[in-house]
Design a protein around this ligand. Sequence first.
Ligand SMILES: [Zn+2]
Length: 259
Amino acid sequence: MTAFVAVVAGVLGLVVGSFLNVVIWRVPRRESIVQPRSHCPNCDTQLENRDNIPVVSWVLLRGKCRQCGESISMQYPIVELLTGVLFAAVGARYAYSWALPAFLVLTAGLIAISVIDLEHFIIPNRIVYPLGISSVILLAFAALLEPDWHAYGRAWLGGLAAFAFFLVLHLVVPGGMGFGDVRLSFVLGLFLGWLGWAEVLGGLFTGFLYGAVVGMVLIAVGRRGRRQHIPFGPFLAAGTMTFVLFGPQLVDWWHGLGR
Ligand SMILES: [Zn+2]
């Protein structure tokens, strides 16, 4: 059963990843994500169905547009593969939970947000708001079906606590965290809160840890100045996904250290 859910989620992830590529390209450019169909950014030719298969098309075309031969960024198949792998992992982890759809939506949203933040240094409201609203609704369905309203209440408290904490950071540390990160933190706290309070602390702390480590490495190798901006969204997202996938193991490990 777990393997079956993982495989189905993984295939779904490849397709969703293909859609995320459209979102990642169009949302920061304020284009519609529905119309028109996908087209080559260079020659504008619309993609045929056979050239729109996740990962496979890119490999068959050897990363070049069929019409004009312009190379197609490796980012496309990478986003598709990443989404497929993470969906499979989330599917395996939540195969027996009604919260699975909510966690898949979270995964997709965080991938789009992370890539856009890395490229444009923004976390678009056009993604965070729909992600937040659908998360609140999907987790409410999960709470109803499980049934576990206790977890749902804790999710809200986790989201509000994370939001308050990031808001204070945003106000106290000038030029530090953007308000996009503050909005995003509500969604992260919501899902981590659904899992437990230890996950809220662990997931957010791990996000800071990732950001600090990568930031120091970038400064050390001279790729970024001390005062240059480093997008924070991807690290927060990675910290949360770490606890979404390995929360119980990491919390157990942490408790074990105290003994
Ligand atoms: Zn082309």
